[in-house]
Structure formats: C-alpha cells, structure tokens
Write a protein that binds this ligand. Structure first.
Ligand SMILES: [Zn+2]
Length: 348
C-alpha cells in the first residue's frame, strides 16, 4: 500500500502532471519495467515493453496493446488574487460544491507549497438568515485563505498555480480511504500488473495520460501516436451501494472485484473483450463484475475512436464517495484489478 499512498499524496491536476509523472517514471525506471520510456508533447508518460515469450521467438508482428490510466486528479487553478490576498479558483474537473466546505488545501507555487483553508463566501451559521443557511454556493464562490497579507500572497502565488484539496491516505476496515483514488488506483494497478507479468507475447504500451478530468484530452494524442490493436483504459467507477441510493442505481458493489465497464456515456466496451476478461478471471479464480455507468466517461473513449477505430475495454475499480477527499475502495477490488490485468496480458 506504500506505493498507492505515495501516488495519492502527490498533487497533480490537469495540465500540471509533472509531479506524479516523476513519481511513476522514477518507479518504473527503478523496477526496470520497460524497454523504452518516452513523454509525449502533452505530457503523457509512455512505457514500451517488447514481447517476452515463455519459449520460442517473439512474433515479428505482435499484438499491440495500449493500457491507459489517467494520472491527473480534479483540482483548481488560481484564477484571481484579491486585495486582501484571498484566492479565487477555477475548477479543473467536476467538483460537488457540497464537499468543499471547510477544507484544507495545498497551493503549489513555483517557490514551494503553501497550506491554506477553503471556504464558501458568506456568513457563519450564527449570523446567517434561514435562507442563507439553505443555499449551496457554486464552486466558483469558494475562496482560499492562506493566512498571509495581500502582498505576501502576491509575492508567491501566480495566476494558474495548482490548488488541491488535502486529505490523508488511511486504511479503514477492509478498505483504503484517500483523496484522488480516482485515478491513482488505475495508475497503481498498471504498475502492479506489469510488475507481476512474467511472460507475454504482445507488445505493451503502458500510458499514464494527462488531462482526463477535463475531457480525456491526453489520451487522444497518445492513442494516435501508439496506434494500438487493443485498448484497455484503467480507471475507477461509482460504487453507490450505500444508504440513500436505490439498489438499481448502485453501479458496482465493493468487494465483488474489478469492474468490466460494459458501457458509460463515452463508450461501449468491445463485448468480445468483456467475454475474454471474464473467461480469464474464471480460469484464474479472480473476482470481477460487470458494470454500466449511465453518465460519465473515461480515456477508453479516445482510444476506441482513434484512427480507424480500436477494440477497447474499460476496467474500473469500484470507489465509494468519488470526487471527495474521502474516496474509499475495497482491498479485494485493488487485488483483483492488477491480478486480472496480468493474467489477461499473459493469455494473449
Ligand atoms: Zn477517473
């Protein structure tokens, strides 16, 4: 869990993925996971692993598999600094304003990181009217207080600096809880799957993509560059088997294994690949579950539509309380995620 913890505690919002890319790049270099490592123009990290057959020679034209996990997290960029030094923010990714009250944040500047407090503009409960108490502010109405004077803030913070919510990584019961499990879990699963891989006949392009949270932008260019035969997007999905949600809207169940995303609003997975993954899971006694997400997308959509089209599937880890700083995922689902991916790659 140390690796997953390190990934979740490294701030990287869309367009500012350099920190998380360095953590992943250092790790894959140390573990010697690839034959070639490059970074494309938008910042996605691409590791190439040539076939390593168990016996005999590798095929001259091996199947090219692109595995993709987005390494950005939802966050903010500084939009405005007012006279008194309060920051106003522009969201990069979909926040629910109800989860933003009284949060600790980290403002990442060129001179270092500053701790801050996020709150909504308005009055405390003691002096607010009944109407004011009921109002849920827009995301753009939240501000950051750095506890510094206006001049101090202006001397260290620039428009466009990254701001992230702060939340610790903890083990809670059979689960782990942290900020940005979406999608450091996918980044982690790729690393673990490749570490566990002994032999494979396919050629693997593992891509840690940028800017997924603002519309799968990095995956688009990366998929064009890789030109794969098969795409596998590795992300997280809703797990709403929780109080207040009808069972038919649960999407996935914590502890029932990694999800084979049959469809979401951005793509329909290749049903042949879904069946292939299910067969591999059954043969290796690995848990997995089918899931449909009525609204929401992921990088697989860009891979599937690249060039003349690519057979693509999306894998996703069930995550409760997604897009909060207390995202929760079951340890069994983490385990099945990377073991299924390894077993499938070995089966090709
Ligand atoms: Zn995601």
């Amino acid at each position: 869990m140390k690796l997953l913890q390190a990934l979740t505690q490294t701030p990287s919002v869309p367009g500012r993925e350099d920190r998380i890319r360095k953590v992943i790049q250092d790790y894959v270099t140390k573990q010697n996971l690839f034959d070639e490592i490059t970074v494309d123009a938008m910042g996605s990290l691409i590791g190439v692993r040539r076939p390593r057959p168990e016996k005999g020679k590798a095929s001259k034209k091996p199947i090219k598999v692109m595995l993709a996990a987005h390494m950005d997290q939802i966050g903010f960029l500084v939009r405005h600094i007012d006279e008194a030094g309060y920051l106003r923010l522009n969201p990069v990714g979909g926040f629910d304003a109800r989860n933003l009250f009284a949060r600790k944040v980290r403002v990442c500047t060129t001179q270092g990181d500053l701790p801050g407090i996020m709150n909504a503009s308005g009055k405390p409960i003691h002096i607010a009217s009944d109407a004011e108490k009921k109002k849920i502010p827009e995301v753009t109405e939240f501000f950051v207080d750095l506890g510094l004077t206006g001049d101090q803030v202006r001397n260290s913070v620039l428009i466009g600096d990254m701001v992230v919510l702060d939340g610790p990584f903890e083990e809670v019961g059979n689960s782990v809880v942290s900020q940005c499990l979406d999608n450091r879990v996918g980044c982690w699963a790729l690393l673990k799957a490749l570490e566990g891989l002994k032999h494979h006949n396919c050629e693997i392009y593992a891509v840690w993509t940028v800017q997924e949270e603002v519309g799968c932008r990095g995956a688009q260019g990366a998929a064009y560059g890789v030109h794969p035969d098969i795409g596998v997007a590795c992300d997280t999905t809703l797990c709403c088997k929780t109080p207040g949600v009808p069972d038919e809207d649960r999407v996935s169940v914590a502890g029932d294994g990694v999800c084979l995303h049959v469809m979401d609003s951005s793509m329909i997975s290749d049903i042949g690949l879904v069946a292939q993954f299910e067969a591999v899971a059954k043969a290796n006694s690995i848990k997995c579950q089918r899931a449909i997400l009525p609204r929401g997308g992921q990088d697989g959509a860009m891979i599937q539509r690249s060039r003349s089209g690519v057979r693509t599937i999306a894998l996703a880890c069930p995550v409760k309380y997604i897009h909060t700083v207390t995202e929760m995922t079951h340890k069994d689902d983490l385990e099945s995620y990377h073991t299924l991916l390894t077993a499938w790659l070995e089966s090709l």
